[in-house]
Write a protein of this length. Structure first.
Length: 187
């Protein structure tokens, strides 16, 4: 089913920047997509998804079921069980885009397949090495430029990230599912 509205609520700024770039680069206008930056514990982010969906349904005069909502979060020190979090999200009809240990694991996959890096500092150092300059979480201009010059890098990242969706040990990614879903609405 094609939703009338797709909402993405992100825990961090890097994730929000990433999805803003993908939405703009792939001209995703068919669905009214809104991206929020929302910090907090994962369950709070999921509850915020439910609250936002309810608010948008009232504002636009549509059923909540016509609004698809995604929570984007990463492990980044979180100690809970992914399966329990997924169940919590599913019980609230919220889709979960998850990265373990953090979102940079997914960003690396745009540049090269890497499966052994599982520490925050090492992830950022590896990104800097692959980019040829110091990685900055709040500046994804490199990605913006890369998707202009090498648009196939997005599909490359999706394929690489799929290798980390078959298990929940580190590294583990499901964030590519949201990227893939967005691409269904690209012009």
């Amino acid at each position: 089913m094609r939703p009338r509205l797709l909402l993405i609520l992100c825990e961090g700024k890097t994730e929000k920047l990433y999805f803003d770039i993908v939405i703009r680069k792939r001209r995703i206008y068919v669905v009214n997509t809104v991206v929020f930056g929302q910090k907090g514990v994962h369950e709070s982010l999921i509850e915020k998804c439910v609250e936002e969906r309810r608010g948008y349904a009232r504002e636009y005069g549509v059923e909540e079921s016509e609004i698809e909502v995604w929570a984007v979060c990463d492990c980044d020190g979180w100690k809970g069980s992914y399966q329990e979090l997924l169940q919590f999200a599913n019980n609230r009809q919220v889709n979960l885009a998850f990265s373990n240990p953090q979102f940079e694991t997914y960003l690396i996959q745009h540049l090269a397949f890497r499966n052994t890096i599982n520490k925050k500092k090492k992830l950022e150092a590896e990104l800097s090495k692959l980019l040829g300059f110091d990685y900055d979480k709040v500046n994804l201009d490199w990605l913006d430029e890369m998707l202009d010059n090498e648009p196939a890098k997005l599909e490359f990242a999706l394929k690489n990230a799929d290798n980390f969706a078959k298990h929940t040990k580190v590294p583990f990614l499901t964030v590519q599912d949201l990227t893939r879903r967005l691409l269904e609405f690209a012009l």
